[in-house]
Design a protein around this ligand. Structure first.
Ligand code: ARG
Length: 456
């Protein structure tokens, strides 16, 4: 097959080179955006008189047919035609003949590919924001059911202070909220039309990019032709945001894996979201959470790929940039797949409230509250800290919790302690007293949930 750019050449391209530089195996997924972009471009060429209106119309109708044929699976792409842009042009030429050769007037694949990726990414950002929102809404529901479900909060993975499962879940709600905001912010920079930049220096034709931008739903037009074809910042930004989503999912997954172990037994995953072992009949494994945790590595790798591809590239377009697509696509696919399966896994898990409460009662999670109680009795905090530390040391030896101590035992460490100490250090009261400053108290969490609902 002769190349669309073959005029300058005396020899056929080596087969190895055809295979090596062809991107059709992966950029085929951009076909719809490529065709919609071409339809808008052709319409603008007609309106501005750069080509005749009837020619534009023939091209546009032809492109619509090509789109339909691809969608019905009737089209076979060819490696020799290199990429999706030239494949579409070739197929169009087969269908409508010579007039198709006017489509590429005042355009380069360099601004065309930039356009296609931006259109693709706009849609995918919308899709991912939708998935994030669904996950957030599942978290809200689960949080609402668990505002009284007391569990230990941890630092250093050592029991620290009591919180509630609702409060814990709402922490993830906030992370996913920021993820959504980051994607929205990134969207604003993706939403700029690069078409009109040509290969790098614009064109001599009287283009009207604003017409194209309006038709394709872009908020603005690129300000500099060199930048328009060289810029992949938006892909880096997106992938960085995707990497953070994976960080958040991965942290959550790690907790789900821990919580579903016999040692914690805080939750049990639904059978439909667990898997077994080929050898050990008793096993029920949290594979979905583990795989999500593992897949975070892919997305970090995608981000590193993009940064490295761009680093040190002179302006403007370089073929290196063709390497942007597989990384970007992989980041999109991975985040979507993980979000899709993560939500129902969390929504269907069974919470073992009693085990969470038992764990919260152990580990002296009310020690800070005992110190605070002493402060309210007039003991300076540093002194109170020391007194409670010694009391805890005694408890460890006596195999007792703080609330199991008699008043006499308490008073050995601090005579200021009264009978009201038991109320002050009950686990329930430790949670309920933290109603301010974004704390875990049920009424504070209810308010947080209400504010969260508004954000959705
Ligand atoms: N397949 C190419 C890519 O994805 C399209 C742009 C090619 N431009 C060029 N001057 N060779 O980057």
């Amino acid at each position: 097959m002769s190349k669309l750019w073959g005029g300058r050449f005396q020899k056929e391209t080596d087969r190895l080179v055809d295979d090596f530089h062809s991107s059709i195996s992966f950029d085929r997924r951009l076909y719809r955006y490529d065709i919609l972009g071409s339809i808008a471009h052709a319409g603008m060429l007609g309106k501005t008189g750069i080509i005749r209106e009837d020619e534009a119309e023939t091209i546009i109708k032809g492109l619509a047919v090509v789109l339909e044929e691809i969608e019905k699976g009737l089209v076979e792409f060819s490696v020799e035609a290199e990429d999706i842009h030239m494949n579409v042009e070739q197929i169009l030429t087969d269908r409508i003949g010579a007039v198709a050769k006017k489509l590429h007037t005042a355009r380069s694949r360099n601004d065309q590919v930039a356009l296609d990726i931006r259109m693709y990414l706009k849609d995918e950002i919308d899709n991912i924001c939708g998935l994030l929102r669904e996950l957030q809404s599942a978290l809200l529901e689960l949080a609402e059911q668990n505002i009284y479900t007391v569990m230990p909060g941890y630092t250093h993975l050592q029991r620290a202070q009591p919180v509630t499962l609702a409060h814990h879940l709402m922490a993830y709600f906030q992370m996913f909220q920021r993820d959504r905001e980051r994607l929205r912010d990134c969207y604003g920079r993706v939403n700029i039309l690069p078409l009109g930049a040509g290969a790098l220096a614009g064109t001599t034709f009287p283009l009207e990019p604003v017409l194209v931008a309006e038709q394709l739903g872009f908020a603005g037009v690129a300000e500099n032709s060199l930048d328009a074809v060289s810029d992949r910042d938006f892909a880096v930004e997106f992938t960085a945001a995707a990497a953070l989503i994976m960080v958040h999912l991965s942290r959550f997954c790690e907790e789900i894996i821990l919580w579903s172990s016999a040692e914690f037994s805080f939750i049990e995953l639904d059978d439909a979201f667990s898997t077994g072992s080929s050898m050990m009949p008793q096993k029920k494994n949290p594979d979905v959470a583990e795989l999500t945790r593992g897949k975070s590595g892919r997305v970090f790798g995608d981000l590193m790929t993009l940064l490295t591809v761009l680093k040190g590239l002179p302006l403007a377009y370089n073929k290196d940039m063709q390497e942007d697509k597989e990384a970007l696509f992989d980041a999109v696919d991975t985040v979507k797949k993980c979000l899709q399966v993560f939500r129902p896994m969390v929504a269907t898990m069974r919470v073992r409230e009693e085990n969470m409460a038992t764990a919260a009662r152990g580990g002296f999670t009310n020690a800070t509250d005992l110190a605070d109680y002493l402060v309210k009795k007039g003991v300076p905090f540093r002194e109170a800290h020391d007194i409670v530390g010694k009391t805890v040391y005694y408890c460890v030896g006596a195999n007792k919790s703080l609330e199991e101590l008699t008043l006499d035992e308490f008073r050995r460490y601090c005579p200021a302690i009264d009978g009201d100490v038991y109320g002050a250090i009950s686990i329930q009261r430790c949670v309920e007293a933290r109603r301010r400053l974004a704390g875990p108290a049920p009424d504070a969490v209810l308010e947080a949930i209400a504010r969260a609902r508004e954000k959705l």
